[in-house]
Design a protein around this ligand. Structure first.
Ligand code: NAD
Length: 363
């Protein structure tokens, strides 16, 4: 599962060329194969900084236009995530239309790999929602343009622990900005979504002495993580009414919206989910007006991308962690810049990411 904000608000795409969704994308490839039932779309937003790297998501989209919109939004996000992290990568993403638990076969993944291969390295794939390291092994049989393969095959394996570490670093920076110290001891932090990333984040927070609250839709996960880390459980829908210092969205996207912001009882937001702001500009402004420090999602959740990037050369976990640790300084710089230039933190992060892309284009 993941940041499927698109699924919560399906919209018809309308005309594609010139639309806001299809703004500045270089290439979109539709892949179809009758024999395996493959229906996929590869979105290449930009290759200015390097090959477009981004995961493949398999999801039961309600319509094809929903799938197109998702791939366009996600591939654009990857350009900015790579850029702000200083990686020489462009932005791309792929979606496969279907239920990963029912429709996914090894043959389908191999066929998908053939389509990836046909792009000659302009697009490099990896795991995303509904796709695991075994699927990447299947893709690897058809193409070398794949990352996130198991460590036993020389890859970097599951990127989630590195993502969680980056989120922790971003949260520390936002804490420093808000309270003058990056000490998390005694801070009340709500982690929403205690999956791959969320659970590791809980571990870091508990080790740092934070007072951790957890929320998830799965009761078994709540009980397991609560017992393991002695974290308090928050149930129900009105989780924002809970008193907390920091809210860490690590489940779905679009949880920061017109409805939730007025209920929020926190001073900082820092989490792993992609596309946390339902509307980037409007909700970024609402947070700023409410005095809530928002650590931009695509900046602080880049640890996973940094980890797979290092796989392209030769996997070096220490180097990946060092780069991920740097999220702390980048986050502090961006929060400071957003204040001095009177823009939202999300706008400030986008501006820096866009600047790097434009400079590279000119060069
Ligand atoms: P995951 O599927 O392992 O975990 C998500 C958890 O959220 C699950 O435990 C699920 O039960 C819970 N959940 C789902 N809906 C919920 C809801 N409405 N309320 C509360 N809990 C809910 O996913 P993950 O790999 O941990 O990723 C978490 C988020 O971080 C996703 O949005 C993902 O896109 C983003 N992200 C992940 C990585 C990574 O390396 N895994 C990298 C960048 C961004």
């Amino acid at each position: 599962m993941s940041d499927i904000s698109i699924l919560e608000s399906p919209t018809q795409l309308g005309p594609i060329f010139g639309s806001e969704a299809f703004k500045n994308h270089e290439q979109v490839v539709f892949c179809q194969d009758e024999e395996t039932g493959l229906k996929a779309i590869i979105g290449i937003h930009s290759t200015t900084l390097g090959p477009a790297l981004g995961g493949t998501r398999m999801w039961k989209y309600k319509s094809e236009s929903e799938a197109i919109r998702d791939v366009l939004r996600l591939s654009r996000g990857m350009t900015y995530k790579a850029s702000i992290s200083g990686l020489n990568l462009g932005g791309g993403k792929a979606v496969i239309i279907g239920d990963s638990r029912v429709d996914k076969t090894d043959a389908l993944m191999r066929k998908f790999g053939e389509f990836v291969n046909s792009l000659s390295g302009r697009y490099i794939t990896a795991e995303d929602v509904g796709i695991n390291t075994h699927d990447m092994e299947m893709v690897k049989l058809s193409t070398d343009h794949v990352t996130g393969i198991p460590q036993s095959m020389g890859g970097s394996g599951d990127p989630s622990p590195v993502t969680a570490y980056g989120v922790f670093m971003g949260m520390k920076a936002a804490t420093k900005y808000k309270w003058g110290t990056d000490e998390l001891a005694g801070k009340k932090v709500l982690v929403q979504g205690i999956g791959h990333v969320g659970e590791t984040l809980v571990k870091h927070l508990v080790e740092a002495g934070a007072d951790v609250l957890i929320n998830d839709i799965h009761e078994d996960r709540l009980l397991e993580v609560s017992e393991k880390f002695n974290a308090a459980i928050v149930r129900g829908h009105n989780i924002f009414a809970e008193e907390m210092d920091i809210y860490a969205p690590c489940a779905l996207g679009a949880t920061i919206n017109t409805e939730s912001i007025p209920q929020m009882n926190c001073s900082v937001i820092a989490g792993a989910a992609n596309n946390q702001l339902a509307n980037e500009l409007e909700h970024g402004r609402m947070l700023k007006e409410a005095g809530i420090v928002y650590a931009p999602d695509f900046l602080i959740n880049a640890g996973g991308l940094i980890n797979v990037y290092s796989e392209i050369a030769k996997y070096d976990r220490a180097e990946a962690l060092r780069r991920t640790e740097n999220i702390y300084h980048t986050t502090l710089d961006i929060l400071t810049r957003s204040e001095s230039e009177n823009m939202t933190t999300h706008q400030a992060a986008l501006a820096i990411a866009e600047e790097r892309v434009q400079k590279a284009k000119k060069a």
